[in-house]
Design a protein around this ligand. Structure first.
Ligand code: SAM
Length: 338
């Protein structure tokens, strides 16, 4: 085992969209047991036993902002508590009213919807905060999965917390966690990086910053950019084990597990896959690769790069001296004396 299997999971949400960006500000609120969270000024009034409060009909939904996760495909993944919160809320803040209306139609929920998305969030937030101050019960959902995770909601949660308004959550599905679990890659430490930059140069810069991080990387990617993104990952991170998780929880769910180079070649050949994808990349190898692995990687790099560039790139990836790799690459050239 290369890792100690500790419990220091580091998950961080990074997103290009301002509303979605930043570190997770959530503090657990509404705990009814004594403890650090119970002392928080944002605690919701509780009632009943810990394991049935806040979801059975006997209890009323407390005022405040309720962040609610919804299914990422399979509607069976809605939680009992999510339904209870959505049915008990005065209004639902949602990304796309048509998407949420479809979800509500399936579960017989009829509640006023209020748009809250990237394009109106700054304008809508003051009014929403006023509703919370007035004691309304508001639920926040996104189109699918967990709000705030590459979805709107961060600034609203932050602003509500800053005013000491009650904020709580009905947790549930998130594509990032489902992909991490199914990847077969070490889950004990992972960095969630949201969507990678769409342009190759910026993407490679971002990947370079995470190259030496001893953690599994989880990122969302558009199917159209998947092959190019995987190729950049293979170049910058080296040929690490990885997984592409597609259409999770849906009929055509598929998880393809292979090295980054092979995955890049697969999607270059097959074209953009259908549906939604998450890419999971294993952490860097702890020990330096053996000679056969170095030669295999050099061979692959030499098929598309100059000798100098191939040696430089592999030096960056492995920490092995560039001149050592240059000499090795020279020896691999056709006609070189063995
Ligand atoms: N907040 C959501 C969550 O918690 O999963 C993510 C929203 S983000 C705007 C949408 C991205 O999540 C997609 O582009 C894809 O990368 C990923 N995603 C969402 N649903 C998925 C699914 N069923 N299978 C694979 N990836 C999915």
């Amino acid at each position: 085992m290369r890792r100690s299997g500790g419990n220091t999971s580091a998950a961080r949400a990074v997103s290009a969209k301002d509303e979605r960006a930043g570190r997770d500000p959530n503090r657990r609120a509404g705990a009814s047991k004594p403890g650090p969270a119970a002392a928080a000024p944002t605690a919701l009034p509780g009632g009943g036993a810990d394991d049935d409060r806040d979801w059975t009909p006997a209890h009323a939904l407390a005022p405040g902002l309720h962040v609610v996760a919804t299914p990422i495909g399979n509607l069976g993944d809605i939680t009992l508590r999510a339904l209870w919160v959505l049915r008990g809320a005065d209004r639902i803040l949602c990304e796309d009213m048509r998407v949420t209306a479809r979800l509500f139609a399936r579960f017989g929920i009829d509640k006023p919807l209020l748009p809250y998305h990237d394009h109106n969030a700054d304008r809508a937030r003051p009014g929403i905060l006023a509703m919370l101050r007035a004691g309304e019960r508001l639920a926040l959902v996104s189109d699918a999965g967990t709000p705030l995770v590459s979805d709107p909601g961060f600034k609203l949660v932050r602003a509500a917390l800053a005013e000491g308004l009650p904020v709580t959550m009905a947790p549930g599905p998130s594509a990032a966690i489902a992909a991490l679990v199914l990847s077969g890659l070490p889950p004990d430490r992972f960095l969630f990086v949201g969507f990678l930059p769409p342009r190759s140069a910026a993407r490679r810069r971002a990947l370079s910053a995470w190259r030496n991080l001893d953690a599994t990387l989880v990122c969302y990617e558009s199917p159209a950019r998947l092959a190019a993104s995987l190729a950049d990952m293979a170049d910058v991170l080296g040929d690490r084990p990885a997984a592409v998780a597609r259409e999770l929880t849906k009929r055509y769910e598929e998880v393809r597990r292979d090295g980054l180079t092979a995955l890049a070649a697969h999607y270059r050949q097959e074209g953009a896959p259908r549906g939604e994808v998450v890419v999971v990349v294993g952490p860097p190898e702890e020990s330096a690769p053996d000679d056969a692995t170095i030669d295999r990687r050099l061979d692959e790099l030499l098929s598309r790069l100059s000798l100098r560039d191939a040696a430089a790139l592999l030096a960056e990836q492995t920490g092995i001296a560039r001149n050592v790799l240059y000499r090795r690459a020279l020896a691999l050239q056709p006609g070189a004396r063995k």
